[in-house]
Structure formats: C-alpha cells, structure tokens
Design a protein around this ligand. Structure first.
Ligand SMILES: *[C@@H]1O[C@H](CO)[C@@H](O)[C@H](O)[C@H]1NC(C)=O
Ligand SMILES: *[C@@H]1O[C@H](CO)[C@@H](O)[C@H](O)[C@H]1NC(C)=O
Ligand SMILES: *[C@@H]1O[C@H](CO)[C@@H](O)[C@H](O)[C@H]1NC(C)=O
Length: 475
C-alpha cells in the first residue's frame, strides 16, 4: 500500500510533529471512530461556532475574489489561505476536545495550533490570549476582508490555489490564470459584503447556444428536462440554473420540482410542462416521457439534475428511458474524490429534508447525491463524456456533440478524472463552500491527500461510521 510518508505520520497520530502541515481535524486515526458521546458533544458546539465558521468561509471567498481581480499576488493569497485554515483548525480542535484522550493532549494540540495561527497571521493581534478572545478574532477577520476589498490591483489575475501546508496534494499545480473567458460562477452574501468567485468554465446557456448555432436551430427550439427547477430563476450575475435560463429564452421541455414554491411556475413558461411535488425516479421518468410525447419531442438537448437527494438514481432511470441528451448537467457530491464511488439511494422519507431540517439536512449534506466517479460510470454507459467539473456541478457531453462543437473532453482514465476533480478542490473557497467543512465530522483534505488505496479505505471507514443506511460506497 503506497502511503505518502507524511500521511503515514498523520495516521499514527504524530502529524503535529511536522512543523508546517496543518493537521487534520479530527485526527485521521479517529475518522469514523468518534464515540457517539463525542459526536454529540461536538454537534452541541456547532451552533455556537456557526458565525466563526461563516467568517472563515467569507475570508476565503474574499481571498479568492481578490486574487482573481489582481488585488493579491498568488503568494499573498496562499499565505492568507494558510491563515484561514489555521483558524479553522483552531475552531475544529476546540469543538473536538472530546477526541483527545487526555486534557494534556488537548492542551498541547491547542497551544501548538494557536502558535501556528499567530505565525500565519497577516495582521497583528493585540489581546493577551488571542486564541481565546472571540471578539478579537472577529475583528481581525473583518479588518482583513476590508483590506482585501480595498487593495490596489497588484498584478495579473490568478485563482487562489491552496498552499502546501493546507493541501499537499495541490502542490506543484500549474497556477490557473483568470482569463477573459472567466465568468462569475458563485455568489455569497457575506457579513462584510458580497463576494463573487469566477471560473473559466462555460455557462450552460452558452453551451446550449453553441449547440443551437452548430445545428442551425433557434433557442426556442431547444429542449430541456429540468429535475429540480426550484423557483424557476435563472440567476442574475451568476447562472444559477441553465435549464431555467433556457426556458426564459423560450426553450421547451419539462420542469419538475418538489417544493411548493414551484406552483408559481405553472404560468411562467409557454412551452414548458411543470410538475410540482416529490416523485420517485420511476415517476419522474414517466412524467417526463408523457410530457415529451404530448409535445412530440423526440430528443433532449439538456438534461439537468439538481435534487439534493439520490440524484444519480434519477439520472440512471432517465438515461435508461430516454435517448441520451446532448448535454447532461448535474450536481455532484464533491467531498468524495475519484475513484470513490458513492451513491445515495432514493427514499421518499428523505425527499425535501434538506429544505426542512437544519441539522439533519446539514449533516446529510456530506452524503447527499453521488460522487464524480459514480456519475462518470453512469455517463459512460450512455455515450456521455466528462466535459467540465466545477465546485458544484459536472457537465457531460454526448460524444457526437463534443465532436460537433469541437471541444476538448476530459479523458476517462482514473488519473485524469482525479486531476479534473482536483482542479476545483485545490482552488479556494472549495474547502468551505457554503458551510461544508463547518459541519463535517471529518476533514475533507484527508481523502484528497491520500494515495488511491488509502483513499478508498478511509472513505469506507468514514461511510461505515456515519454514512446513511440507504447508500453504497466502493472503489
Ligand atoms: C499551553 O499554554 C498554556 C498557556 O501558555 C500553558 O499554561 C500550558 O502549560 C500549555 N500546555 C501545554 C500542554 O503545553
Ligand atoms: C512537488 O515537487 C517537489 C519538487 O520536485 C517534490 O519533492 C514533491 O513531492 C512534489 N509534490 C507533489 C504533491 O507532487
Ligand atoms: C449584496 O447582495 C444583495 C443581494 O443581491 C443586495 O441586496 C445587497 O445590496 C448587496 N450588498 C452590497 C453591499 O453590495
């Protein structure tokens, strides 16, 4: 079994001895082995720490945004990310106090983490015990975000790649530059302001437009099936839902949404059949086929799936029952790197939970949907190839469509799929995107850093420890 030496060190619990690497929290050897009491104790502290975690996430967004606007050099962005991660570690250690076997072990880890934090701080702390002074921490974060937003343009724009002490696996990566092709991808309304991060990925609407042009068709002729249309919005500065955008442009098709708020969509689009309410994969497929038949539609240009639950069970069913779509755009579980295959099974009792129960929904977020590798396996069977991977979504193109559009695809070899996954994992604010790491009872860096065999066994341990019953995980 090939284990990187430093990971081996972490796994035998002496990671703290490595001066620069920020240790995993909770420690890797406890992955999936925290006692129930300890999990409950850590969960109790979540509420209290929520605002701190929110600030850490915002700092990462601000760093990423400043780097892509040329207001930070790559090095400065990395130093800042190193600081935010040490802050995160501080909070995590304090939340997982119960994971340490003695008070001394905890004190030692705490003291060392505090030293790391102070050595990475880009601005001075003034209080006597800065690591215990929550108000000062908040003030420091506020000052930093303000500085980032008002800094002068320093140099070329770049993406903010996590430094080696945060993510060894991201070392030596070519530094992706932000180009003219970059577009705003995600938006965060923060405490200190609004933040937008960019990506060079193509928007789904652009892809559909390109396809329409290549096929000599007009937008109102393009067809989409949208599973998870939410409130029907397309998004303003950032594209929230390419299928809704297409419908706004006169596109035809079917929209399905479980939430009641979608009732308003019945009268919104002329050529779109809307279904509101939770349905099973079989029911969804039946509804879609009936609607398409009624409209005499033979082919789907864009199949979009974002249901926050068992997404690839729906995908599997629709891909089996319909001709392969030109474009498949899906949300994925980005916490589980390739080649880990994870699939959440459909269950009616889970539908809609993400929207209703804060705690259950949040904790299930680690285990919602399907991993990249599972989607990739499914897509391959239906002539679909991976085209792009972003923080939230995957886009696949049918082989003939990729050839027609003359675009490069991501090769299906495991190493290429993993590299594509890393392209989004290594760029801030991936680690804290929309609160992910705040609630995790494990450190999502551990899986990425590990070599393949170790990654798979760690993932299995994790899944046995906390994964939902109705799901599968294997490599
Ligand atoms: C941690 O730091 C505190 C305050 O500086 C000190 O009193 C304590 O002895 C340290 N604990 C350990 C285990 O190093
Ligand atoms: C990065 O490059 C250095 C120097 O060539 C090498 O020692 C290190 O192992 C590389 N790191 C990774 C993660 O590939
Ligand atoms: C942030 O975004 C929200 C929602 O789009 C908007 O209402 C608000 O005015 C923005 N705030 C700032 C400071 O730009």
């Amino acid at each position: 079994m090939a284990v990187r030496p430093w990971l081996m060190r972490c796994m035998v619990g002496t990671c703290l001895a490595s001066p620069s690497f920020l240790p995993y929290c909770p420690p890797v050897e406890l992955l999936g082995f925290l006692t129930e009491e300890c999990q409950a104790a850590a969960a109790l502290k979540e509420g209290m720490m929520l605002s701190f975690y929110g600030h850490i996430e915002e700092l990462e967004w601000a760093a990423a945004e400043a780097a892509s606007a040329g207001r930070l050099t790559m090095r400065e962005a990395q130093d800042l990310l190193s600081f935010t991660e040490s802050l995160n570690l501080m909070l995590c250690i304090s939340r997982h106090r119960c994971a340490f076997s003695t008070v001394d072990d905890f004190q030692l880890a705490w003291n060392e983490t505090c030293d790391r934090l102070l050595s990475r701080a880009p601005v001075a702390f003034s209080s006597e015990s800065p690591c215990r002074d929550g108000n000062e921490l908040m003030a420091v974060m506020g000052r930093l975000v303000h500085k980032l937003q008002s800094a002068d343009v320093a140099q070329a724009s770049t993406q903010a790649v996590y430094p080696a002490d945060v993510a060894p696996v991201c070392q030596n990566r070519s530094q992706p530059h932000v180009t003219k092709r970059s577009r705003p991808l995600l938006f965060l309304q923060g405490t200190y302001g609004n933040h937008t991060v960019s990506s060079v990925s193509l928007s789904i609407l652009e892809l559909v437009e390109a396809l329409a042009t290549a096929q000599n068709r007009i937008m109102s002729d393009m067809v989409s099936v949208n599973l998870g249309a939410h409130d029907g919005s397309c998004g303003d500065a950032v594209e929230m839902d390419g299928a809704n955008c297409l419908f706004d442009r006169g596109g035809r098709g079917v929209a399905i949404e479980g939430l009641e708020l979608a009732q308003a969509l019945h009268s919104r689009w002329k050529d779109v059949e809307v279904h509101v309410g939770y349905v099973s994969p079989e029911e969804a497929s039946e509804l879609v086929r009936m609607s398409l038949r009624k409209r005499e539609i033979q082919e789907v240009d864009l199949l979009k799936i974002d249901l926050d639950h068992a997404d690839c069970d729906f995908g599997r069913r629709l891909l089996e029952d319909l001709p392969p779509p030109a474009i498949l755009h899906v949300e994925y579980n980005r916490l589980l790197p390739p080649p880990v295959r994870y699939r959440e099974y459909f269950a009616f009792k889970k539908a809609g939970l993400m929207g209703t129960s804060w705690r259950e929904g949040r904790q299930m977020a680690h285990w919602a949907g399907c991993s990249l590798q599972s989607w990739q396996d499914l897509a391959q069977v239906h002539q679909l190839e991976l085209f792009q991977v972003t923080w939230m979504d995957l886009t696949f193109l049918r082989r003939d469509v990729a050839a027609l559009l003359d675009v490069a695809l991501i090769a299906p070899e495991p190493s290429q799929i993993f590299t594509a996954w890393l392209d989004s994992f290594c760029v801030a604010p991936s680690r804290h995107l929309y609160g992910h790491q705040a609630f995790a009872s494990w450190d999502l860096r551990a899986l990425a850093d590990a070599d393949v065999d170790v990654r798979c066994s760690l993932a299995r341990r994790l899944w046995r420890g906390e994964g939902p019953r109705g799901s599968e995980l294997y490599c």
